[in-house]
Design a protein around this ligand. Structure first.
Ligand code: PHE
Length: 488
C-alpha cells in the first residue's frame, strides 16, 4: 500500500526528495502516491513541498514513430540494399505521410540518392529519432539539441510535471493511527475507551443538505403577509371557492352589466355548470333596483338589469367577491366593526407575458366601522405597507365601479429609483353597502394587491413564469433561501 510505503520510507530516511522517483522505484502509481501524500499532509503526519518539473511528452505522431520507427528509417529500409527502386514504386509501398517526411529527412541525412530512381548511399543507418523518443517515453532527460530537433518536428510537447518532496510532520508515526469516531457499548464493556483516541469534531464541516420539502416563495411571502394581517387584528376570510357567480363577482359590487371587465376577454366563464343554482332573492331584487334606478342618494345606471347575466358562473376575477359575501353576511346581523383579509387565487383571461399570468394571487384587506374616513384608509395603508418595508407611499385618484373615492397606491422603489404601483384601494360605495343592510354611518375601507409582485421583487425574479405556472423552475424553488420582507 502506498501509504505504508511513504510512512515506512520516512522512518528510515530524512526526506523523500521526489515523489515521482519514489513511485517508480517502488513500482507505485504516482497519482496514488500523490493522493496519499495529500491526505497524510492534511493530518500533519508529513510535511510536503510542491515540486514542479518541465518534462516532455510524445505527441500522437511521436508515439507512432516510437513504436514503428521514424519515417526516414522506414523509407531507407524500403529501398533495396543493392540497385534502386523507382520513386513511384517506393511511394506505393509506403504510407503517404511516411513517404513525404521520409524523403525529405533521408535526403537531408544523405542516406539515399533521390531522383526518378531511388538508391541507398550508405549501407547501414541508425534510428536516432526512434531511440530518442523511446528515451523520453522512459522519462529520461535529453540533451538540449535533441529536444529542440524533436520539438521542431512536433514529435514532443512540454508538460509540467507536479510532485512533492516530503519530510516527517509533527504528527509523524510509521502507521496512521485509527481514531475512534464513536464510543460503542463494546468500548465501555471492554474498558478500552480509556486508551481510545477520538477523532476531533470538525465544526466547520457542512452537514448534508436536509432531505426536506421546500416551500414555494409565494407560500413563504403569503405566510408573512398573513402574520402582518393577524398582528394588525384582521380575521381571514374563507376564500376556498374559485367558482363564483357573476352576481357576487360583479353585480353586488355595483359593476354595471356592460362593464368591459365582464367581457369574456377578461373573465373565464364556466361552461358546466354555466349558471348559479341560487341567489338570495330579496337582495338580488335590491341590487337590480340600484343598478336600474339607483336609490340611497344615487341615480343608478339607468339600464335594464338582466338576471341571466348575474346567474353566469365564472372563475372569480378578484377576491373582492369574497369580501362582498362577507359584508352581505355582516349586514344581516347587528352591526359590529370588523377587519378582514384574504390571500388567494384569482383568474383573468389575459395574454400571458413576463409580468402577467391568467391566474395569480390577490391580497385583500378591508375594515368596516362607523365613521371611517379616507384619512383612516391612508393611515392604515401606511401602517400595512411600512410593515412590508415600504414606507414611502403616494396615492393617485383612480376609478373602481365599487369604490368612491378610489386610490391607486404607489411606493418608492429604492432599487429602481422610481415610484411603482403596488395596489388599489378605496371606500366601498353606498350603492353597494346599503342594499346589504349595512348601517348608513358605517364605512368600509379596502385595498388589494397582487402577491406575485412583492414576491418577485423579494426573490429577484423578473419573469413571472419562472415563479408560478407550469414552467416553474423547480431548482430555483429549492435553492431559494427564506427571504424576509424588510421592516423599516
Ligand atoms: N378588487 C380590486 C382589484 O381587483 C382591488 C381592490 C380591492 C380595490 C378593494 C379597492 C378595494 O384590483
Amino acid at each position: 500500500m502506498a501509504e505504508d510505503a511513504v510512512l515506512g520510507y520516512l522512518a528510515t530516511h530524512e526526506e523523500m526528495l521526489d515523489s515521482g522517483q519514489f513511485a517508480s522505484e517502488h513500482g507505485l502509481d504516482h497519482n496514488e502516491v500523490v493522493n496519499v501524500i495529500k491526505s497524510l499532509h492534511g493530518f500533519r503526519y508529513i510535511d510536503a513541498q510542491d515540486i514542479k518539473r518541465e518534462t516532455w511528452v510524445l505527441t500522437d505522431e511521436g508515439k507512432k514513430y516510437a513504436a514503428e520507427g521514424s519515417p526516414e528509417v522506414q523509407l531507407f529500409l524500403a529501398v533495396p540494399p543493392e540497385g534502386s527502386i523507382s520513386k513511384d514504386e517506393l511511394q506505393k509501398n509506403l504510407d503517404p505521410s511516411v513517404f513525404k517526411i521520409g524523403c525529405s529527412q533521408a535526403g537531408k541525412n544523405k542516406w539515399v540518392e533521390m531522383g526518378k530512381q531511388v538508391s541507398r548511399k550508405v549501407q547501414h543507418v541508425e534510428d536516432k529519432v526512434k531511440n530518442l523518443l523511446m528515451r523520453i517515453q522512459d522519462g529520461e532527460a535529453l540533451e538540449k539539441d535533441d529536444i529542440n530537433s524533436l520539438k521542431a518536428r512536433k514529435l514532443i510537447v512540454p508538460q509540467t510535471w507536479k510532485g512533492y518532496s516530503v519530510k516527517k510532520g509533527p504528527n509523524y508515526a510509521p502507521k496512521r493511527k485509527k481514531v475512534a469516531t464513536d464510543l460503542t457499548r463494546e468500548n465501555l464493556q471492554r474498558g478500552d475507551w480509556k486508551e481510545l483516541e477520538f477523532k476531533e469534531y470538525n465544526f466547520n464541516a457542512k452537514g448534508p443538505p436536509a432531505e426536506a420539502g421546500h416551500l414555494h416563495p409565494l407560500l413563504k411571502v403569503k405566510d408573512q403577509l398573513k402574520n402582518i394581517f393577524l398582528q394588525m387584528g384582521f380575521e381571514e376570510m374563507p376564500t376556498n371557492n374559485f367558482v363564483e357567480s357573476s352576481f357576487w363577482n360583479f353585480d353586488a359590487l355595483f359593476q354595471p352589466q356592460q362593464h368591459p371587465a365582464r367581457d369574456s376577454h377578461d373573465t373565464f366563464f364556466l361552461e358546466v355548470p354555466s349558471t348559479t343554482r341560487q341567489l338570495p332573492e330579496d337582495y338580488v331584487e335590491l341590487v337590480k333596483r340600484v343598478h336600474e334606478d339607483g336609490g340611497y342618494g344615487s341615480r343608478g345606471y339607468g339600464y335594464e338589469w338582466k338576471r341571466e347575466e348575474a346567474n353566469k358562473n365564472l372563475l372569480r376575477t378578484h377576491t373582492t367577491a369574497v369580501s362582498t359575501r362577507m359584508l352581505y353576511a355582516l349586514g344581516k346581523q347587528p352591526f359590529a366593526p370588523k377587519r378582514y383579509f384574504s390571500i388567494d387565487r384569482v383568474f383573468r383571461n389575459e395574454a400571458v407575458d413576463r409580468t402577467h399570468l391568467a391566474e395569480f394571487h390577490q391580497i385583500e384587506g378591508l375594515i368596516c366601522d362607523r365613521g371611517l374616513t379616507l384619512g383612516d384608509l391612508i393611515g392604515v395603508l401606511h401602517d400595512f405597507f411600512s410593515r412590508l418595508g415600504m414606507s414611502k407611499l403616494r396615492f393617485k385618484p383612480a376609478y373602481n365601479p365599487y369604490t368612491e373615492p378610489s386610490m391607486e397606491i404607489f411606493s418608492y422603489h429604492e432599487g429602481l429609483g422610481k415610484w411603482v404601483e403596488i395596489g388599489n384601494s378605496g371606500m366601498f360605495r353606498p350603492e353597494m353597502l346599503l342594499p346589504m343592510g349595512i348601517p348608513e354611518d358605517v364605512r368600509v375601507i379596502a385595498w388589494g394587491l397582487s402577491l406575485e409582485r412583492p414576491t418577485m421583487i423579494l426573490y429577484g425574479i423578473s419573469n413571472i413564469r419562472d415563479l408560478f405556472g407550469h414552467k416553474v423552475d423547480l431548482s430555483l424553488i429549492k435553492r431559494n433561501p427564506i427571504c424576509r420582507i424588510g421592516i423599516n
